[in-house]
Structures are given as structure tokens and as C-alpha cells.
Write a protein that binds this ligand. Structure first.
Ligand code: MRU
Length: 355
């Protein structure tokens, strides 16, 4: 499959990212030279999707340290840089996972020369990117086995190459199934208000000639009722110990609809998105974005001046609505408290064996 969109990469000049706010009409790559610029890009959804946010976080920290000119107050400087990245978006677990990973590398190298510390952090951030692509391919193989030889798969938001280092989580499963010769059509929810489905998922699917039908969010029930959806597959920003799943606002509604129509509801979750420190979904921090992102589309005002509008960016799907959670280590099923812990332990063992 000849698909080669690059979401993010490290270069000698800085961190290069495709501007996802401009897609699908413009494919613009910008180079970000300061950690503050990377943080702003995360806040503005120039780069978005939990695993891609994790890669941007790691590269942002590496960039911040690269720009230091001496080891003076290095510990404080490192923590200042981490905080700039930390204070961007609260829901995606990968952000905090990446900060912790970079912190461990920093701790292991802090007594070395500044040059060596900078190189170690740069290399680690590149490894976070490369590992993410590998993880998505493995997750794709596990997940594709759950899909029939042919049928329609509904997805919400964008959990594709653009949301990750490459290949995608939920769309990685679709890609993998297609690579195995399965005949699938993707039903893409447009995903109001940022339109990740319409602007990004539809764009990715068209680039690769994977059949795709774009629908507005409120059409999902209709197509399920018509028997036109055989499976739902979504990504996640944070999945917690009991299997409750935070994902793009509207995911919960899709899960309820899937249950009502007896359609399997799958979640593709790399272990970097699994947060075992939180027992249930009620404690997941949900980002609240500005109401203007609901009332204005493009430059067009869609609601009266002064209207009260709300924009919780994510919702939580309770685990009893989730048929299975696909990870790079295998497929987790209820009871998730046990199966997810097992997947995380396997991922940890794999990393330890590699080190
Ligand atoms: O606000 P976004 O676009 O960052 O939200 C993204 C999602 O909700 C994705 O489904 C999730 O991060 C998984 S991406 C592989």
C-alpha cells in the first residue's frame, strides 16, 4: 500500500508537522523551532490524536533542551520545558506517558555533557515516533482478525496516520484488514465540531482508495438500523483500568447505538494510552474547549450572538459497551481489570527485553 503521509518528524531545523487545521484543502508542513511553538500547535490542534500528541510532546521536550546553551540550573530548566508541554491538553494519556519517558532518559543522562543529554533526548523522541508506527502495525494485525471478510465499519473522529506517528490505530486495523485482502467500506462520522472525520479520515481513506462514505454524526443510527454497519472501531485518548474509554465527544452515543443494534464496538488502544492509575472513567479529566469552536464553522457564525454553547472535547464510554480493546500485545476482553493489566505487563516486558 503506497501511503506515505508524514504527520511529524524530527529535522535539524526543528520539529516538522503537517498542519491538520488546513486539511483537506491544503497540505502544509511547518517547522517548529521552539518548545513553546510545539505546545501551541498541540493546543491549536495543528497536531492532534493521542499517539501523535505523545510524539509531539517527546519531540517538543527534546527541542526545548536542544535550545539550551549551558547546564546552568539544568534540572529546573528541564522541568520548565516539561511543564510547557504538560499544560497543553489534559485528556490524552500519551502526553503524560511521553513526558515521563523523556524524564527517565533525562535522569539517566543528567550527569553527562549537555551535548550528550541533548542527543539522548533527541534519539529517544525519534524512537517514540518509530515505535509508535511499529505498535500500530502490530495492533492492526491483532485487530483485523476481528473483522469479517467483507462489510462496513463505522468510525468516529480520526484515529488514522494523522493521529499517530503513522498507519493509525482504528484506521490501522482497517488498513491491515485491507492489506489482508478483506473488502471493507468505512463509514466516517464527520465528527462535529472540529470535523476530524470529514477533513482527516475521509482524506486519508481517499488517498489510499479505501472505500469510504462520509456521514454526519446524527446519521449513524439510521445506517445501523438499515443493517449497513457490521462493526464499529474507534481510537481512544485514555483507557483506564476497568476498561472505560475516553474518546472524541460523540463516541459514547455511537457505543450506545451499537449496543442497541447488536453491533460489536471495538477500541484500538496502544498500551501508551492505557492509564492503570485511574480505576474508572469518572476520574478522567475531560478537556473543555471554547464555545466559539461550536458556534463558528470556518469563518461563518452558525448561532446567535451571546448564545450559551458547550464543548466537552471527549466523553467516556463505559466498559460494558465495549466488545474488545485491541492493543499491540493482543486483544483484551472483559474483565478488563485483568486483561488490560496483562497487556501493559507484556508491553513492559517487551521493552525491558529490548533494552
Ligand atoms: O481532539 P482530537 O482530535 O485530538 O481527538 C482525537 C481522538 O479523539 C482520537 O480518536 C484519539 O486520540 C485516538 S487517535 C489514534
Amino acid at each position: 500500500m503506497s501511503y506515505s503521509v508524514k504527520t511529524i518528524e524530527w529535522s535539524d531545523d526543528g520539529v516538522v508537522m503537517i498542519d491538520q487545521t488546513k486539511l483537506p484543502t491544503e497540505e502544509i508542513y511547518n517547522t517548529y523551532k521552539e518548545v513553546e511553538e510545539v505546545a501551541q500547535a498541540i493546543k491549536d490542534l495543528v497536531i492532534r490524536g493521542a499517539p501523535a500528541i505523545g510524539v509531539a510532546a517527546a519531540m517538543g521536550i527534546a527541542l526545548g533542551v536542544k535550545n539550551l546553551t549551558s547546564k546552568e540550573n539544568l534540572d529546573q530548566e528541564f522541568e520548565r520545558i516539561c511543564k510547557i508541554i504538560h499544560d497543553t491538553r489534559p485528556t490524552a494519556q500519551n502526553l503524560f506517558w511521553a513526558i515521563q519517558r523523556m524524564r527517565e532518559v533525562y535522569q539517566g543522562h543528567r550527569d553527562k555533557s549537555l551535548h550528550e543529554i541533548q542527543a539522548a533526548l533527541r534519539d529517544e523522541s525519534i524512537q517514540v515516533l518509530e515505535e509508535d508506527i511499529d505498535i500500530n502495525r502490530r495492533m492492526g494485525m491483532h485487530g483485523q482478525a476481528l473483522l469479517a471478510e467483507q462489510g462496513n465499519v463505522l468510525t468516529h473522529c480520526n484515529a488514522g496516520a494523522l493521529a499517530t506517528g503513522g498507519y493509525g490505530t482504528a484506521l490501522g486495523v482497517v488498513r491491515s484488514a485491507v492489506e489482508q485482502g478483506k473488502t471493507l467500506r468505512v463509514f466516517a462520522d464527520e465528527t462535529r465540531p472540529f470535523l476530524q472525520g470529514a477533513r482527516l479520515t475521509a482524506w486519508e481513506m481517499m488517498k489510499e482508495n479505501i472505500p469510504c462514505t462520509l456521514i454526519t454524526d446524527n446519521m449513524a443510527g439510521y445506517f445501523m438500523q438499515q443493517g449497513q454497519v457490521q462493526a464499529v472501531i474507534v481510537g481512544t485518548d485514555r483507557t483506564v483500568a476497568n476498561g472505560d474509554v475516553a474518546n472524541k465527544i460523540g463516541t459514547y452515543s455511537v457505543a450506545v447505538l451499537a449496543k442497541a443494534h447488536n453491533i460489536p464496538f471495538y477500541v484500538a488502544a496502544p498500551t501508551s494510552t492505557i492509564d492503570l492509575s485511574i480505576p474508572t472513567g469518572k476520574d478522567i479529566p475531560i478537556e473543555q474547549r471554547t464555545a466559539e469552536e461550536v458556534t463558528v464553522i470556518g469563518n461563518r457564525q452558525m448561532a446567535p450572538d451571546g448564545i450559551d454553547a458547550a464543548y466537552p472535547a471527549f466523553d467516556v464510554t463505559p466498559h460494558h459497551l465495549v466488545t474488545a480493546i485491541i492493543t499491540e500485545e493482543g486483544v483484551a476482553r472483559d474483565p478488563y481489570t485483568e486483561s488490560l493489566a496483562e497487556m501493559v505487563a507484556r508491553a513492559k516486558a517487551r521493552r525491558t527485553a529490548k533494552a
